[in-house]
Design a protein around this ligand. Sequence first.
Ligand code: SF4
Length: 455
Amino acid sequence: MDSIFDLFSIGIGPSSSHTVGPMKAANAFMKELKTKGNLSNVNRIEVTLYGSLANTGKGHGTDQAVIYGLLGYKPESIDIAKARLALTELINTNTLAIEKYHRIVFNPDSHIEFSGQEYLKFHPNGIRFQAFDTGNTLLQAETFYSTGGGFICTADDTTPKITTSVQPYPFNSFDELAKICSCSKMNIVEVVLANEATLTNEDKIYEKCHDIWLVMNESVNRGLHSQEKILPGGLNLNRRAPEFFKRLTHHKNIDSLNQIDWLNMFALAVSEENARGNRIVTAPTNGAAGIIPSVLSYINQFHLPITRKVSTEFFAVATAIGSLYKKNASISGAEVGCQGEVGVACSMAAGALAHILGGDIKAIENAAEIAMEHNLGMTCDPIGGLVQAPCIERNAIAAVKAVNAARMAVYNPNESKVSLDTVIKTMYQTGKDMGSKYKETSHGGLAINVSIVEC
Ligand code: SF4
C-alpha cells in the first residue's frame, strides 16, 4: 500500500506527470551531481524530453518545471512568485545559477530538446539529463521516467521512489484487503492507518491528513476568489469558478439540484488553479486534482464539517483504492488515457464518500467500482497540450459522478457482478489497447479538432 502522503502530495499545476515529476527528476539529477562533487565542474547541461513529455510538454509547462528543478525548487515547497521571477531572469539572460557563484549558459530553446517521435521503452514519459565539463567530457547522465502522480524512477531502477516500510497488513487486491478486514475484524480505515503507522505516528497522521485538506480548501478558496479572467496558454478559456460562486451565494431561487452546482463549482475552482500552475494537492494526479477537494467540500457544505477524523478517514479509504490502481494498473494519462487520472480520482472519491455516508466495505467497493466502470475508455486529448479542455470541466463532471456512485452504492445496495479488482484490470487492459494518440500526446480527439487561434 502506498503511503497516504505519497498519493496526496502538495505540488504545483498543471500536471503531476508532466510538471511535478520532471521537476523532481531535475532536482534529483542536480543532487547527484552535488553528491559526487561534480557541480562546480559543470559547464553545460542538456535535457531531452521523450514521448508524451515532449508532445504535450509545452502546454503542460514541462520545460519550465525542468528549469525550476535545475534551479533547486521542489514541488512541495516552491514559492511560486519567486520561482517565476527566477525563470524570467533565466530566459532573459540565458544563464543558469547552479551554485552560489557558479553560473553556466543555459538557453531553454537549445538546451531542452523535445523528441516527441521517440518513446523510451519503459514508459511514455521519459526525460534524460546530461552534464558536461568545459572540455566537453560527459560528467553525468541519467534517464528518468515520470510514471504518473508525481512519481519518478530511473532507467537503472524502475521502482518508483516511494516511502516504504514493512507493513503489518500488505494487500495486492481489494479481495485481499476485504479478507484482512474480515479476519482482523478491522475496517479499511483501521487497516490503512495500521500500515501508515509504520511510517508516521498516529497523532501525526491525523495532523498531516488535516493539513492536506487545508491545502485543498485553500486552493478551492483561491480559485473562487481569483481576479484573473482568462487562463494562460492561448486557448483563452475563462475562469468560471469566481462568477459561479457569486451566482450561488447571491441567488435565492435555488432548485432541487443545487448541490450539483456546488460540486461543479468546487471542482472548477481547483482545476482552474491547477491550470494556472498554482499550488494544489496531487490527488492522485494534478489533471484530476479538482475531484477529491470538490467531494470533500461538498461533504463540508452539506453533510458534516471536515474534522481531523473525517479528513483522515476519507484519505485512508481513498488511498487504499488509489494504491490498487497504481499497483495493478496505472495512474498515468500517458499510459492509459484519462481513465487513469480522472477515472481513478472519481473512483477514490466515490469509495471514500461511501465510507463517510456510513457504507460498509461492500458499499465502498461497489461505489469505487461503479465510478470507474463508467469512466472506462476515457481518452486523454487535451487541446493545445494544455490541462484545460477537456480537463477542467471533466473534473466537475467526475465529482458529480463520484457522489452519484457513492449514493447508489450506499442507499441502493445491489449484488454487483463486477468487482473492483476486475474493473481495475479492465481499465488497464483498455488503456493498453488504446492508440497512443489518445494517451496525452495531443495527436487525436479534441486536440486535433479544436485549434488554438492566437490573437
Ligand atoms: S484529458 Fe485527463 S489525463 Fe489528459 S491532461 Fe486532461 S485531465 Fe489529464
